[in-house]
Each structure stands twice: as C-alpha cells, then as structure tokens.
Design a protein around this ligand. Structure first.
Ligand code: C2E
Ligand code: CA
Ligand code: CA
Length: 668
C-alpha cells in the first residue's frame, strides 16, 4: 500500500488499480481519493483519465465517502498491535446502487487499508478507492446462470409490470427505484422472490466478487411469509435434484456465520466434499444413474447433519457442509463419518456401485471477516487431496499461525492412530568396517490418512508433550521386538524418549516386554539422547542401571550435541556413543571438524565405550571416519531405513553373496 500513501505513483496506480479492476474484475470505473478526498487517479472503461472526471460522480458518492471516513476514524482510535492486526483487519467498505446516465452501477467505496507492520499509513486518513461495476448484460447473464434465474435482464427504473415475470427492484442510496432485474420464473409464486430482496442483494454483491464483498443483513422475513412465498424461497435457495440447499444459500449462511463470529468469537468448519470419479459413472451409464447416485449421497450427507449445520449441493458432484466448530477432534470425526457414509455401496438401477470421496476442510479463525475465505480454503485443501491421489481428507494448512491449530489436530490424529496401531516401523542398518550388518536401529513412521507422512522429529516431541509417549513407546517396542525375533544374529537399537526414561517403572516394564517377546536382552540396545541425561535425574540413573543389569545396552544418541562432562560420562552406565550427524558433516565443512570427531573417538576409547557414526552419506566421510578410528557406521551410504521385510531379505542375500550395499537406496 506504500504506493498509494504519501508519494503517489501514477504508473503504479495504472497497473495495479486501473488494469487490475478493469481486467480482472470487470469494473467500469475506479477512482482513488487521497487523504483529503481529492481525486488522484481515475480509470474509466479500462483507460486512465484525468482525476478531475471524478467530479461527475462526486455527489453520488459523497455519502459513501463520508461513511467510510467515519468508520475509519472509529477504527484508528483503537491501537492494534501488529501481530493481531492482520486477523482483526476488517473491510471498511460501503456500497450503493446508482444510475449514471443510462447505465446502472454498483458503486463501492473502500478504505485502502495499510498492511500493518510493513507500511503504516502516515497521518490520520488513508486513501479511498471507489469502484463501479455495471449491471450490464454480461453481469446479469453470469449472475443468472449462477443463481438459476431464467432469462434474466435489467430494466431501467421501476418496470415491475411485465406479466408473468419475477422482479427485484434495485434502489439507490436515496431509496429511489433505479432499475429492475427481471426473469421468467420456473415455478408459480417465484415472482415473490422480491420479498427476500436483501437476500438477493447479497447474492448480487457476492457475484461482484473480487473481495469487494458487501454484506447486507438479511431481514428476518420468513415469519411473515405465506405458504407460496415460503415455497418460492425454498425454490430459490435449494437445489432441485437433491433438495439440499444451494450455493446461494451457502454464501448467505457463511456471511451470517462470519458476522456472528465477529460478534461472539464463535467459529465454524467448512467441508468441501467431492465424489471421486463420478464423471465416469455419468459417462458410462448416463445422467439417470448419476442423478440417482447424487440423490442418495445427498441423503447420506444430510442425515449426518444436525439443525445447526448447513448442507449444500455446491455443483455437479460436489457438496459443502458447514457446521459450528466444537474442537478439532470433532472436525476429524465428522470428516470420517462423512467419508464412511459416502463410501458405502449404493444400490442403483444399474447395479451396486461405490464411490470414493475427497474432502477438504477449513476451520474459520476468530474474528475472520471474509465469509468466502473458508470456502476457498476448504476447496484448496480439497484440490490438494485430489492431487495427492483422491480418497483423502485434507485440512487446510496455512503455515503461519496455523501451527497451533495443526498441533491440536495432530495430537488428536496421533492419539487415534496410536490407539488403532496405525504406526509402522522401519529399520536402518548399522554396519562394521567390513560392511557387515551388526544391528539395526528401529525408527517409527507415521503416515496419517489425510495429513500424509509426518516426521518422527515432529510427532515424537508432540507425543511427549501431549502425554502420549507411553502408549506410543509401547506400540513401537512391541513392533520392533516382534520384528527383532526374525533376526537372531543382529542387534536392535530402540530409541527411548527422555520423558519415558524419566518415568518411574520404565525399566521394569521394558524388561518384561523384552522377556515377553523372548528376545535375548543382550541384543537390545536403548538409545537415549545426551539431553535426557542432563540434570542427573535420580530416576534416570537408576533406570539405566536396572536396564543394564538386565543385560541390555545403552547408547548415547546424538553425542556431542549435549553438554556431558567427561567426569559425568565416566559415572554413567553407558556402552556406546553415537556421533551425531552434524559432526560427520562438519568433518569437511568446519575448521577443526575432523579433529573434533577424532577427539570423540578418543574419548570413547578412553572410557572403553564403543562408537558409531550416524548420518554417513558419502564414501569420503566413511574413509575419513575409518582413518580416525571409527569403525561402525549408520547412514544413507550403507543403508536407508527400510521395512522389516527388506531387512530380512537383505540379511538372507548377504548370507549368500556377502554384499548388501544396494539396500534400500530407493526408499527411506
Ligand atoms: P535419530 O535417533 O538421530 O535417528 C536418526 C535419524 O537420521 C533418522 O531420522 C534417520 O532416518 C536419519 N538418517 C539416517 N541416516 C541418514 C543420513 O545418511 N543422512 C541424513 N540426512 N539422515 C539420516 P528419522 O527416522 O526421521 O528420525 C528422526 C528422529 O526422531 C530420530 O533421530 C529420533 O530422535 C526420533 N525417533 C525416530 N523414531 C523414534 C522412535 O521410535 N522412538 C523415539 N523415542 N524417537 C524416535
Ligand atoms: Ca537414534
Ligand atoms: Ca541420532
């Protein structure tokens, strides 16, 4: 917004206002007024004009400008910290219908709002942008198609007298009738649509699009309507085929929800639902079959909706549901129920069929001001779901302050997947200098149905902080110990989180698990990070002793990244140091990096600990490490983490050929 501020740049205005509004949104005119409401830029029918041409519409817009200015004054009297400003930023905008010469326009005055934090407008008043959109034939045609109005057209003035036609009279700012939108109703009584005029104005303004959304609160007219009127309203707000609400109704409802949200802080969820491969069915069996299916799906979807929910047929084979937000758990549950219901086979006249479904989900933000934003987000998530192979549900995920929300969502998703055992294990080989596999490290993998694969570097800390690590750990150990039985000749290393190692009774539980699975304890190594040993927690030290007394071994993971003193290390019941990957990389990139690794190896030797380097990716690193006296490796060079089956295969192959270097080079 800098360019509209203190120093005005006409070229910029031409490109960004004139061209933008005329080409992108089809506005016929645009003016920019400066802080003193003097015109500084004018565009008319796509051409720049002398700003003085604003005088033609000054009278017409004076009330709009005045209203916008007074709202601006009210707004700037409150201090808004930059961090929350972007959330609170609401549109300061007024719209009016107007007749200019022979043409009809929707004229809108919008405050050009500073993008807080980057370019704060100096002085009290911001520029005002005035735009005009003509209600011309094109506009009416688009509008009519969208809202299914037959043969829509615009009359001048109040021409509400053509027989058999339905009308909406459009008033200007002074409440004079300036135009009439007419169309041929398909149902008797539909002409009474003008009873819900505000509703239609809303629809109109939404059709104006481009973020210049005007919101007219719908009058609560329903109570005073008769039966025919009710039917007319039903027809205008419902989809004929499925009897669900239609798009126009959705847009109105979202506007209401947004308004309520701004007043009460309530939030809502939008689900964009799309049947996968529906067009196939239509093409192969014809529209009859398609319609039959759509009706059934509509029934299933709406049967899951309660009175507070909005359930809409949004287009061909897409539906939208919006419902109050009651927590992330419910958001996920509902999406699950939707897709379960839709996936059930359907008995059609052509036989039993089933369809898959993709769902995009968006949750509104506190104070959100744009009703269509969340529909847009849900559709973005839907597109992503379809791109990733359909049959999925995705939650819209915005990097910025979405983080917290994502966290809640992840916790709930993780909780559910741990309960259902939906995590898997991979194993990464640890090899000696002769390339022989001496052991594997068990690494957990979580591939969530909609969220996709999530790194253990993310979900392990999440599980720790959400109190899920106990259950998660147990699941992992059971899986790994079960798999370990297949490889009696090698060791298995298990990562144990700092939280777990500190929890009383861990050693006992773990040892009995190892017994239950009948794995020789001397084959089991526990990896704990150096950080877990910080503070010299008494429980931790005792736990380590217990584990060791039971025959298990302890490795210090990520060694070198913590702060263990030599003296401290000497007292700890530890068997092995794992040199962190950062040191391996550092051998060649950091000055003294090689010496540092040499020192760690020396330390291990002095304390009579074994040592392994992790994250070894190149031959060069491997030979450097060999030179420094480190003879054990783990890394992409000698094997990526792979499935248990791959490990078995590889061990078998190794027994035959003595080589395994190609292991898992394609996957991780
Ligand atoms: P970590 O224990 O240090 O595990 C080694 C990580 O380095 C693994 O990442 C592994 O895939 C990756 N890696 C192995 N070789 C190479 C290499 O040559 N180059 C590079 N760039 N990376 C390599 P992963 O599986 O994503 O695990 C990340 C961390 O998550 C682990 O670090 C560990 O702290 C934690 N984690 C993973 N699985 C478990 C588990 O089952 N339980 C617990 N408590 N933590 C786990
Ligand atoms: Ca590890
Ligand atoms: Ca590590």
């Amino acid at each position: 917004m800098r360019n509209l501020d203190n120093s005005f740049d006409p070229t910029w205005a031409h490109n960004n206002i004139g061209q933008f509004f005329s080409i992108t949104y089809g506005f016929q005119f645009a003016y920019v007024l400066d802080a003193a409401n003097a015109p500084i830029y004018a565009m008319h029918d796509g051409q720049d004009e002398a700003p003085s041409s604003f005088e033609n519409i000054r009278a017409l817009t004076s009330k709009l400008v005045k209203n916008v200015r007074s709202r601006e004054a009210a707004k700037s009297s409150t201090f808004i910290p930059a961090a929350v400003a972007s959330n609170l930023q609401t549109r300061v905008q007024e719209t009016v219908a107007a007749r200019i010469g022979d043409r009809f326009f929707y004229v809108t005055a919008s405050l050009v709002q500073p993008d807080f934090g980057t370019a704060r407008i100096a002085g009290a008043a911001a520029p005002i942008l005035i735009t005009g959109h003509e209600l011309d034939a094109d506009f009416v045609k688009n509008f009519a198609t969208r809202y299914m109005l037959n043969g829509a057209h615009v009359h001048k003035f109040d021409a509400k007298n053509e027989p058999g036609e339905a009308h909406i009279v459009i008033h200007d700012g002074a409440d004079r009738a300036i135009a009439t939108l007419g169309w041929s109703p398909q149902k008797p009584g539909e002409e009474l649509l003008d009873k819900i005029f505000p509703w239609a104005v809303l629809a109109f303004s939404i059709a104006l699009g481009g973020g210049l959304l005007l919101y007219v609160r719908a009058r609560d007219s329903q109570n005073t309507l008769g039966e025919t009127e009710r039917r007319a309203i039903f027809a205008a707000s419902h989809d004929k085929l499925t009897q669900l609400h239609n798009r126009a109704h959705l847009e109105l409802s979202l506007a209401r929800l947004t308004d309520r949200g701004q007043q009460t802080g309530s939030r809502f969820v939008v689900y964009a639902i799309d049947l996968d491969r529906f067009t196939n069915l239509n093409e192969v069996y014809g529209f009859e079959a398609g319609n039959e299916l759509l009706k059934e799906m509509a029934k299933r979807i709406s049967s899951l909706c309660s009175a507070d929910d909005i359930c809409v047929r949004h287009g061909g084979d897409s539906f939208v549901v919006s419902r109050p937000f009651k927590g992330h758990r419910q958001v996920i549950d509902f999406a699950d129920r939707l897709s379960d219901a839709i996936r059930q086979p359907v008995a059609l006249r052509i036989g039993v069929r089933s369809v898959d479904v993709s769902i995009g989900i968006a949750v509104s933000e506190v104070g959100g001001s744009d009703p269509l934003e969340y529909l847009r987000r849900a559709e973005l998530a839907l597109n992503q779901a379809k791109r990733d192979g359909r049959g999925r549900s995705y939650v819209f995920d915005e990097k910025i302050d979405e983080e917290l929300r994502r966290r809640d969502l992840l916790v709930e998703a993780l909780r559910a997947d741990i309960a259902d055992g939906r995590l898997t294990m991979v194993y990464q080989p640890q090899v000696d200098r002769a390339d022989k596999i001496t052991g594997v490290e068990a690494l957990a993998r979580w591939n969530h149905r909609w969220l996709g694969p999530i790194s253990p570097a993310e979900f392990i800390p999440l599980a720790e902080s959400a109190g899920l690590i106990g259950n998660l750990g147990r699941l992992i150990y059971e899986r790994a110990l079960r798999d370990a039985r297949r490889w009696p000749d090698i060791e298995i290393a298990l990562n144990v989180s700092a939280i777990e190692i500190r929890s009383p009774g861990f050693a006992e539980r773990f040892i009995s698990l190892v017994r239950d699975y009948d794995v020789d304890p001397s084959r089991v190594e526990i990896e704990i990070t150096e950080g877990a040993l910080l503070n010299q927690n008494r429980v931790t030290i005792e736990t380590l002793h217990e584990l060791r007394n039971a025959g298990l071994r302890i490795a210090l993971d990520d060694f070198g990244t913590g702060y263990s003193s030599l003296n401290y290390l000497r007292q700890l019941p530890v068997d092995k140091l794992k040199i962190d990957r950062s040191f391996v990389v550092g051998m060649n990139t950091n000055k003294g990096g090689e010496a540092l690794v040499g020192a760690i190896v020396g330390l291990a030797r002095a304390l009579e600990l074994s040592v392994i380097a992790e994250g070894v990716e190149t031959e060069e690193e491997r030979s450097q490490l060999l030179k420094l006296g480190c003879y054990n490796f783990q890394g992409y060079l000698t094997g990526r983490p792979v499935s248990a089956d791959e490990i078995s295969k590889c061990l078998a192959k190794r027994a035959e050929t003595g080589s395994f270097r190609q292991l898992g080079q394609q996957s991780s």
